[in-house]
Ligand binder design. Structure first.
Ligand code: DGL
Length: 271
């Protein structure tokens, strides 16, 4: 039994897709979310900058004495997970391993599509994880740098002509490769699931990395005796590095709950 909170972070709003799943699976846990909205997007940045940002994000969350930290960001998970794990004495979870496990269980034909930010695709981390679990997996990967800005601006609804056009262009080579599984390798992407689904067709299963990670975190906390067994609903607090108003408006849409009173702006460069 451990009643300490779980820290969760992302470059912006996308990690809320993982937080929503964590809250659904473990409603009694206290969750603290940090979205680095002042420096989003992370996906086009170099490894050195990403490691620096990730260290600051973790340092901020550690001021709450969390029992674990979830990197609800594909970009940081693929680029800085090993550094963060080596530097911290609490469990740090990324999204890659659990997504790879899910994808190799789902695929029938061994052809897996992967979309993510430039930094995630450049890292090769998903390919390594997939091939370690299922040697010979044929991975067709594509960086999709326009998708995070579209989602951060609320442009993810079916019928949005700009979002649909951009998604279908990005997915064309993946569709042509005949994949039966598509890893949405960035936590912003689940908001576009209806568009991805329409574009890829019913024969392709979408793997939501935040959802898979949340299941993995729950199991790990259980196995290690770290669950909060106190009855009652956990408290959710949100911190951002830019305007709280912009975040609150969209976050409420992402989460289906009002976050207005629980959001604070902080100076992440101080950590
Ligand atoms: N949600 C982050 C990810 O999973 C987005 C990265 C970005 O800010 O570009 O990769």
């Amino acid at each position: 039994m451990d009643a300490r909170p779980i820290g969760v972070f992302d470059s912006g709003l996308g990690g809320l897709t993982a937080l929503r799943e964590l809250a659904r699976l473990m409603p009694e846990e206290d969750l603290i979310y940090f979205g680095d909205t002042g420096r989003v997007p992370y996906g086009g940045r170099s490894k050195d900058i990403l490691v620096k940002y990730a260290r600051q994000d973790v340092a901020f969350l550690r001021t709450f004495d969390p029992k674990a930290i979830v990197i609800a960001c594909g970009t940081v998970s693929t680029t800085a997970l090993d550094v963060l794990q080596a530097e911290n004495d609490i469990p740090i979870f990324g999204v890659v391993e659990s997504a790879a496990h899910a994808a190799v269980q789902i695929t029938q034909n061994g052809r897996v599509g992967l979309i993510g930010t430039r930094a995630s695709i450049r890292s090769g981390a998903y390919e390594r994880a997939l091939n370690a679990l299922r040697p010979g997996t044929d991975v067709t990967a594509r960086a999709c740098p326009l998708l995070v800005p579209l989602v951060e601006n609320g442009r993810f609804q079916p019928g949005d002509i700009v979002a649909e056009t951009v998604v279908c262009e990005y997915l064309a080579p993946i569709k042509a490769a005949g994949v039966d599984t598509l890893i949405l390798g960035c936590t912003h992407y689940p908001l576009m699931k209806p568009i991805f689904g329409a574009c890829m067709g019913p024969g392709v299963t979408l793997v939501d990395v935040g959802e898979q990670c949340a299941r993995w975190v729950k199991k790990q906390l259980e196995w290690n005796g770290l669950r909060n067994e106190r009855p009652g609903a956990g408290r959710h607090r949100y911190y951002v590095s830019d305007s709280t108003e912009d975040f609150s408006a969209l976050a409420s849409v992402f989460l289906g709950e009002d976050v207005a009173g629980e959001v604070e702006q902080i100076d992440i460069t101080a950590y």
